[in-house]
Design a protein around this ligand. Structure first.
Ligand SMILES: CC(C)(COP(=O)(O)OP(=O)(O)OC[C@H]1O[C@@H](n2cnc3c(N)ncnc32)[C@H](O)[C@@H]1OP(=O)(O)O)[C@@H](O)C(=O)NCCC(=O)NCCS
Length: 190
């Protein structure tokens, strides 16, 4: 059972959770549907076209099985509609053991505007802090204006740009790199 943070809005129940057990068949279907909708809308976390359903299913099952990844889910009225992941630092990287990488962050178009992306990020930050991490890194294409507005409104600080970060539809797209210090005490005590 995953611990959920829930908010009941006027019309819909919105929840976010850290997924710690296996994905049920229904959840796997919903997760694939949400990913397909996000890819079709152009926010495909790397995928440019919707892959075969088998590949998507194997991808999500791989994420759940990966020891160095944490999978977070957002639900609207119980249906998975968004997700994000944290990649934990490899054990050999003691010098950067305080940093986690946020990736694969999206909400399906039909579920946007309910505050779920913000709730997901708050959950991610809370869990990362609980697990002893102090910094979250992320990168985002400069074309993703809503995501950039969200990250900046939540205190993520831009520290650079990569002009050759993404090639999509024969266009090269610049990405921006952000960090957030989620535990300033850690650095004060070093
Ligand atoms: C970016 C994204 C995750 C936002 O999801 P969402 O659930 O609609 O976001 P929320 O409802 O939680 O909104 C949170 C904040 O996001 C920003 N935001 C969301 N939609 C916005 C819009 N249409 N215009 C401007 N800002 C917007 C706002 O800062 C908003 O804060 P507010 O509550 O003060 O208005 C979603 O649009 C998405 O998946 N986009 C495509 C994929 C993507 O860009 N992923 C990030 C890659 S790193």
């Amino acid at each position: 059972m995953n611990e959920q943070t829930a908010i009941k809005t006027e019309k819909s129940k919105v929840t976010v959770e850290l997924k710690t057990d296996a994905l049920s068949r229904a959840d796997l279907n919903d997760l694939c549907d949400a990913a397909e909708a996000a890819i079709e809308a152009g926010g495909g976390f790397g995928w440019l076209r919707v892959p075969e359903r088998d590949s998507l299913e194997r991808y999500w099952q791989g994420v759940i099985a990966a020891p160095m990844r944490l999978l977070f889910l957002a639900r609207l009225d119980g249906v998975i509609c968004g997700t994000t992941q944290l990649i934990l630092p490899p054990l050999n990287n003691e010098a950067q053991k305080h940093i986690v990488q946020l990736t694969t962050n999206f909400v399906a178009p039909w579920a946007r505007g309910h505050g779920l992306a913000k709730m997901l990020l708050e959950k991610v930050e809370g869990e990362a802090r609980l697990k002893g991490y102090s910094v979250i890194n992320l990168d985002v294409r400069n074309t993703m204006e809503q995501a950039i507005a969200l990250y900046e409104s939540m205190g993520y600080i831009k520290f650079g740009e990569h002009p050759f970060s993404v090639v999509a539809d024969n266009q090269t797209i610049t990405s921006s790199y952000y960090y957030k210090n989620i535990n300033p005490d850690y650095f004060n005590s070093q």
